[in-house]
Every structure is written in structure tokens, then in C-alpha cells.
Ligand binder design. Structure first.
Ligand SMILES: [Zn+2]
Length: 433
């Protein structure tokens, strides 16, 4: 069968990559140039099987190898993974010596990053853990919003080599970084522009293992917003700051749902100018699927967690600065969030639904002052979080410039408004720079 041969070839390529990992890891200079030589060596024939639903590795092996080999293979495999807890669809590659069809080894792909390789030696079976080689690169992308932010990123040609799921992760990252400044579902306008630099670890198949936004700019209705990553202790516990070194964090998130959980039919302000309007009924309605996670928009104490008339299942949170937020029509509450529970900003408090008087699944969100006066969360101006500490100013200045340079290196993207930032840096240093 042509298909089988194709798959076999594909798998040989994959196996070769993983074999290379080991040598690459040893000499620390990954060099794809050696790939051809190894690929040409085809003394092996591969048979690829995958685990069925509820099938254990032992069951799959039982149909192919002797009982002795089966037991020995499972024993060796257990050094790295549990043969009884494997996902359906897990690939198992049998490697036969082409000359005499002798089974010399097998590879079990236990995760996108790890393969357990079982090889036969004079004593029986031996196992090794092989990690997929990764490389680090920096994605640079820019674009203009023609409809909604989601499609702008998903269809961005700069990202055409990035798998769909990873493009979605990029959207999540941007949403998290800008969640205090811009409500992506309500405030993005046609003609807004964005650009960002994203550092990622990439697997051989092009998928991302981990990644971090290094810098981003969003031009929203003529106002530029910037977020520059800064991690003074190099411990991964860094944070984002604007060009002036002010934290992007605020006491309140602008919205209690992740942007990607909000249905786009409501988030396109051009098509639905009315639905996004806050004043219509003293709150914001976010269309979202039943079960979407609802976050507390600020630290506080739960003062209501029960049915509330037309609001249905409702949570209300009292915040230290006198604000109260309300989240209505929930399908269910989070069980460990009770009346009196202290919650943190971004903590999950419940799930979207359509309880009470609701025509469709959505979250009704309100923000009130102590006196009961309602306010549009987008209109509340709150002080920023802590700025870059004074001890770290010099390093911040250097790293900020490097990361802004990345944004400026994107063709056609133009200069970032940087003069002000350098000026304010000079001011902080008493003009000593
Ligand atoms: Zn509502």
C-alpha cells in the first residue's frame, strides 16, 4: 500500500530526528546537516501502531511479541512511564531489521516531547528516554484589524508556519498582557494595529513547547499601548511594563472572561454596536458558551453566592476600595468559592450559563461603587501596579530598548514611540545617562 509506505517513511524521518537529539544533546551543537546521512541508512523497517480506546501497551504488545518479550518490554518501559496509563492514539513504532525481520526495538511516543525507546541487548530489553530536539526562535508579527482581533492573528501571514493551536495561544498571551488596558472584545476597532515579538521553544513538527511574549504594541483608537517583559531576577517571575517602566497591572481586569471564550458575534463592535453598549442595562453582557470560566476581576471577598431573581445564579464580590462586582446567569458556582471566601484577581469563581432570565448563554457583569452607583468598567481609571524598582532601572532601560528594537525590526511597522520613554528614564537618573 502506498499509504503505508508513506507513513513508514514519515515515521523514519521522525525517528531519525529523535535519534539525532541524543547526539545533538551530547555535542550541544544541533546540526541538521547530518540528517541526510542517517536518513539514507534504511536497514530498518518500521511498523506503526497506535493504542485503541482503553487499550494498554501490554495488550497491544501481546498481539505481536512473545509472552517473555512482552513482560520484559513492559518492565523496561516502566522505568519511564506507566504502560497502563496511556492515551488512546499513542503511537508505538516497531523497528525491524530489514534483512531478517528481526524486532530490534520499539519507540513509544509518550508525549510530544518524550519517546521511550526500547532496544534489545544480550540481556533482554533496555529502555531510554529520548527528548525531542527543540530550538528557540522569536516570532515577529504585525497587522491591522479588519474585523476582529482573533481573525487578524489567526490569518496573519507572518504566522503562517505557526500551527493553528499555537496562534490561538498567542491570542491568549496578548489578551493576558493587555487585560488591564484594553477589552479585546469591546474596544478593538477596525483599523487598530498591533505588533509583537514572541520567543518560543519549537519542536521538530513546528509546534510550540513553551513561549513568552517579549514585547507588544497595540494601537487602539489612536492610543498606543505597550507591554515589555522584564524579569530582573531571571527566575521567570517577571512582569510587563510600558515604555515608561510602569506596570501594566491594575486593581481591576477590564473583563471577567478570557477574550477567546467570548463569542465573536458580540465582540465585533462594527457589526453589533448596540450589544456592547454598557449603559443600556447597567452592565455588560458577554456571550460565551456554557461552562466558560469566569474570573474575579479584582481581589475581594464573596458577599453573595446564591440565586438572585432574574439574575439567576449570582456571585457578588466586595473589593477593598469600595467597589462591588456582580457576575450573573451562572450555570454553576465554583465549589470552593463560598460566601465569605477571599478571592484573588483572575481566580475562577464560577462558570457561564443562562440561569435566571436569560435568552442565551452569557455572562452579565456589573461594577458598582459603594453608594450603589453603576459604572462602566472601561471608564474606571485606576492606578497602575508597582513600577520597575529603582535598583533595576539601568538593566530595565537596556532590555526595554532591545525588546522595542525587535518591534521596530518588523518590516513596515515604523518606529515605536520611544523618545518619551528614554526621556523619562533620563529624568529618573537625574539626567546622568
Ligand atoms: Zn445583562
Amino acid at each position: 500500500m502506498v499509504w503505508e509506505r508513506l507513513i513508514t517513511k514519515l515515521w523514519m524521518a521522525v525517528t531519525v530526528c529523535t535519534v539525532l537529539t541524543v547526539s545533538c544533546a551530547l555535542d550541544t551543537t544541533p546540526d541538521a546537516g547530518t540528517l541526510d546521512a542517517v536518513y539514507a541508512n534504511s536497514s530498518e523497517e518500521l511498523q506503526v501502531l497506535s493504542l485503541g480506546q482503553g487499550q494498554t501497551l501490554g495488550l497491544l504488545l501481546g498481539g505481536i511479541v512473545s509472552a517473555n518479550d512482552q513482560a520484559a518490554l513492559l518492565l523496561a518501559f516502566r522505568e519511564y512511564a506507566n504502560p497502563r496509563r496511556m492515551r488512546a492514539g499513542t503511537e508505538v513504532v516497531f523497528r525491524y531489521l530489514r534483512a531478517d525481520q528481526w524486532l530490534r526495538g520499539l519507540d513509544v511516543v509518550v508525549s510530544p516531547d518524550e519517546t521511550v525507546r526500547l532496544t534489545r541487548n544480550e540481556f533482554g530489553w533496555h529502555s531510554d528516554l529520548i527528548r525531542a530536539p527543540i530550538y528557540v526562535d522569536t516570532l515577529l508579527a504585525s497587522g491591522e484589524i479588519e474585523t476582529v482581533l482573533w481573525s487578524a492573528i489567526i490569518n496573519n501571514e507572518d504566522l503562517e508556519d505557526v500551527p493553528f493551536e499555537d496562534r490561538n495561544s498567542l491570542i491568549d498571551e496578548l489578551d493576558q498582557v493587555f487585560q488591564w488596558q484594553v477589552d479585546f472584545s469591546r474596544q478593538i476597532r477596525v483599523g487598530d494595529t498591533y505588533r509583537f515579538a514572541f520567543e518560543r521553544e519549537v519542536r521538530p513538527d513546528g509546534s510550540m513547547r513553551t513561549g513568552r511574549l517579549l514585547s507588544a504594541e497595540l494601537m487602539n483608537s489612536g492610543t498606543p499601548y505597550h507591554a515589555i517583559w522584564f524579569d530582573p531576577n531571571d527566575d521567570g517571575e517577571g512582569s510587563y511594563f510600558d515604555l515608561e517602566g510602569n506596570s501594566v497591572r491594575r486593581a481591576f481586569l477590564l473583563k471577567p472572561l478570557a477574550y477567546r471564550r467570548i463569542s465573536s458575534r458580540y465582540s465585533n463592535s462594527r457589526l453589533h454596536p448596540i450589544l456592547g453598549t454598557w449603559r443600556a442595562h447597567r452592565g455588560v453582557d458577554y456571550a460565551a458558551d456554557v461552562g466558560a470560566e469566569i474570573m474575579a476581576t479584582s481581589d475581594g471577598v464573596v458577599i453573595h453566592r446564591a440565586w438572585k431573581g432574574t439574575f439567576g445564579n449570582t456571585v457578588e464580590i466586595q473589593h477593598p476600595n469600595g467597589f462591588v462586582t456582580r457576575y450573573a446567569h451562572l450555570s454553576r458556582f465554583r465549589s470552593d468559592v463560598q460566601l465569605g471566601t477571599r478571592v484573588k484577581q483572575s481566580e475562577i469563581i464560577g462558570y457561564v450559563g443562562m440561569s435566571g432570565q436569560a435568552t442565551g448563554s452569557h455572562l452579565h457583569y456589573e461594577m458598582m461603587k459603594r453608594n450603589g452607583e453603576h459604572m462602566d468598567p472601561l471608564a474606571v481609571d485606576l492606578p497602575a501596579g508597582d513600577p520597575v524598582p529603582s535598583d533595576d532601572q539601568v538593566r530595565w532601560g537596556e532590555e526595554m530598548i532591545t525588546r522595542v528594537d525587535l518591534l521596530e525590526s518588523i518590516p513596515g511597522a515604523g518606529p515605536v514611540r520611544r523618545a518619551d520613554a528614554l526621556q523619562s528614564l533620563d529624568d529618573k537618573h537625574g539626567g546622568a545617562r
